[in-house]
Unconditional design. Structure first.
Length: 427
């Protein structure tokens, strides 16, 4: 992270107690910032600073006394409040959204992720650049000039919007390519499953438990620990990771998607639409919930996740993970069941409940079609039978002058198989 330093003070205002700073501290850790203190306050937002003047004075004093580099405000600050607060406390001020964007930028490795980060950063910076361009020197830190800077602001706005448009066009092309990849994977007989949910819910560890050894990512490392890290850090897996898994006789591609995080503006989430498409367009989605969270947090996170996945194609399978470190488990299970469905309760770290999860996932996958096929008992016919084994399930094989068997697979695969079998029989 390109900061002037790495010590941070967390500041958070809330309407009521309790004030929880756990997630914002974890975000700071992911961003490489050492939190050396915090200042919380219960009150409505101040129109000038967001924080109240007393809290601002306290923060300014701590910044000077402890030589703090960055003040991280656990809120989304509009440009005016951000400038006012930075001038007053004498240190760089970073709001929650900017902090998340910095983490995204540092972790993005694929072309898609880098483009999405660029898009989100432009959308974040546009109103701030306009405010800076329109700000008059004579108006003081609390005012914005309405006169001479306007042409510069208009030109800057046009430039940003053109760059945003260009990035969207490039991402649209990647969307089309992703659609082709998903179609090709379905035609190859794979069911597509995505793991979704908030960061640190244990998605990457569950992926390790469910997956076979072989990765199918284009640029994946050989080591599973590298491609699906399970360390206790937010956004350890910014780029999606896809791996093979086998559920009885069904071949599955599991994709670990970027974790949700609380209180992000809708425009930021929508900037990552191509990444989230892996969850929205999967045949089944494992919604992973952290069972160690307090009940109200569990409720809020499930409800937000459901909003983000509202237009999904596949069946949603709730997973209440981390049972080994959870209390009030029965109450949380009932809570999730009332919002979605009865969850599968697991502990990915203890390898507990994973067989139940496999069974539930298998039930959630779309129905396959079973057809009866017959092909000549020849080299080409036997090669076709091998192809069927690779693309679905083969049952009741009988060898004679012809090879007769039942083939069970996705409908698009069985349709292709019927066409190939017909051509072989005509030769």
């Amino acid at each position: 992270m390109s900061r002037r330093g790495n010590t941070a003070l967390v500041a958070k205002r809330a309407a009521s107690h309790p004030i929880d700073t756990t997630e914002i501290r974890a975000l700071c850790d992911s961003a490489g910032l050492e939190v050396v203190g915090e200042r919380t306050q219960v009150r409505p937002p101040d129109p000038t600073y967001d924080l109240g003047e007393g809290a601002v004075a306290d923060v300014a004093g701590r910044v000077e006394r402890d030589d703090i580099d960055v003040v991280v405000v656990d809120d989304e600050l509009d440009p005016g409040r951000a400038y006012n607060l930075e001038d007053e406390v004498g240190a760089e001020v970073v709001d929650r959204t900017r902090l998340v964007l910095d983490i995204f930028a540092e972790r993005a490795e694929t072309k898609r992720a880098r483009l999405e980060v660029q898009l989100a950063e432009l959308r974040y910076e546009l109103p701030r650049a306009q405010a800076k361009a329109s700000r008059g020197e004579s108006s003081g830190r609390r005012g914005f000039k309405s006169g001479g800077e306007e042409p510069q602001a208009a030109q800057m706005r046009a430039d940003y919007k053109q760059r945003i448009k260009h990035l969207r066009e490039r991402l649209d092309k990647l969307d089309d390519a992703d659609d082709e990849v998903r179609g090709a994977r379905h035609e190859s007989g794979f069911d597509l499953v995505a793991l979704a949910g908030y960061t640190n819910a244990g998605k990457s560890t569950l992926l390790q438990r469910l997956a076979d050894d072989l990765s199918v990512d284009e640029d994946a490392h050989d080591d599973l620990g590298e491609t699906a890290a399970a360390r206790d850090r937010l956004f350890e897996t910014l780029d999606t990771t896809t791996r093979r898994a086998t559920l009885v006789d069904r071949r599955v591609l599991l994709t670990d998607t970027v974790g949700f995080v609380s209180d992000l503006p809708h425009w930021l989430v929508s900037s990552f639409r191509t990444t989230l498409a892996a969850a929205r367009e999967a045949d089944a989605v494992l919604l992973v919930v952290d069972a160690s969270d307090p009940p109200e947090t569990v409720r809020e996170k499930v409800e937000t996740s459901l909003d983000e996945l509202e237009d999904r194609d596949g069946t949603l399978v709730p997973v209440l993970n981390k049972r080994d470190v959870a209390d009030d488990l029965d109450a949380k299970r009932r809570l999730v069941a009332n919002l979605v469905d009865d969850p599968v309760v697991t502990s990915a770290t203890e390898d507990d409940g994973i067989d139940d999860l496999r069974d539930s996932l298998l039930d959630a996958l779309p129905d396959r079609k079973r057809v009866s096929l017959a092909v000549p008992n020849s080299d080409d016919g036997n090669a076709f039978v091998s192809w069927c084994h690779d693309h679905g399930a083969v049952h009741d094989v009988a060898y004679g002058d012809s090879v007769e068997f039942d083939f069970e697979a996705r409908p698009e695969v069985t349709a292709k198989a019927e066409g190939r079998a017909e051509k072989l029989s005509q030769n």
